[in-house]
Design a protein. Structure first.
Length: 265
């Protein structure tokens, strides 16, 4: 079953914390940076959602296209772009594993926080590689369910249940894969799937400790300069130890593994 009216209102948090803001900002900033946007470049945002990243690419001078299957999210993206005075993206309703573009149509392709929602991720990555020119770059940002935070939280919960006999409250933990995800990603699976279609030159982590029990409250209580310094330090560690990071970013040039005669949008 596929919900073509999905709007992510059940996923995007209505409130936020200092560490959440940091994680999302770093993930977005690094994803866009690796796509190398700029005047004269063509960049595709796959599973573009509300279109905020495609808009940011346009504001950096790129000709941006947002590809999104959800009618509701595509509609919201168009409404927001109509209110903008600057250059805005083009919007296309499309499945990630059947992109309606010719081979080598784009200088860069991004897919941020969406790959684990795809039922055919290998085919989707292959399509992203196909529509990217040989010297271009595909950038994937994926949540890591074997992060340090997930491991610690899972271990603490097991200890409470097994050794202390406590019954945990109902509800999904942050280390549990949501019901709308098809794949539970950890770094080796990410590498394996991306490597099938990409010559990877970047595999790095973003943020560390997000979701750790009590972590958000602790960071919010710190003086702003101390909190920022702490988050920056953990982010530097995550970059060197992507297997323990909260989000992993993978980027690389496409492998030319197959031909296609897809029409241009």
């Amino acid at each position: 079953m596929v919900d073509l009216d999905r709007d992510m209102s059940d996923v995007v948090p209505t409130g936020t914390t200092r560490d959440s803001e940091y994680l999302f900002a770093r993930m977005t900033g690094r994803t866009l940076e690796l796509a190398r946007p700029g005047r004269g470049t063509r960049v595709l945002d796959v599973a573009s959602g509300f279109g905020q990243d495609a808009m940011a690419l346009s504001q950096r001078g790129s000709w941006a296209v947002g590809a999104e299957p959800s009618q509701r999210m595509s509609g919201l993206a168009r409404l927001q772009s109509e209110q903008a005075s600057d250059r805005t993206p083009d919007w296309v309703r499309s499945w990630s594993d059947a992109l309606p573009f010719r081979d080598a149509s784009f200088d860069g392709v991004i897919c941020k926080g969406a790959l684990d929602h795809f039922d055919r991720p290998l085919e989707a990555i292959a399509e992203m590689a196909r529509v990217t020119r040989c010297e271009g770059r595909v950038v994937l940002a994926i949540a890591n369910f074997e992060s340090l935070s997930c491991r610690v939280a899972r271990g603490l919960d097991r200890f409470k249940e097994t050794w202390l006999g406590r019954r945990l409250p109902r509800g999904r933990r942050h280390y549990d894969v949501p019901s709308d995800h098809f794949t539970r990603y950890e770094i080796e699976l990410m590498r394996e799937q991306a490597h099938a279609s990409l010559e990877l030159d970047v595999v790095e982590g973003i943020s560390m400790a997000w979701g750790m029990p009590g972590w958000s409250r602790s960071v919010d209580r710190l003086p702003p300069p101390v909190a920022q310094s702490t988050l920056n330090g953990l982010d530097r560690m995550a970059r060197l130890l992507p297997g323990l990071s909260d989000v992993v970013i993978l980027a690389g040039r496409p492998r030319r593994v197959r031909k296609s005669s897809m029409i241009s949008a």
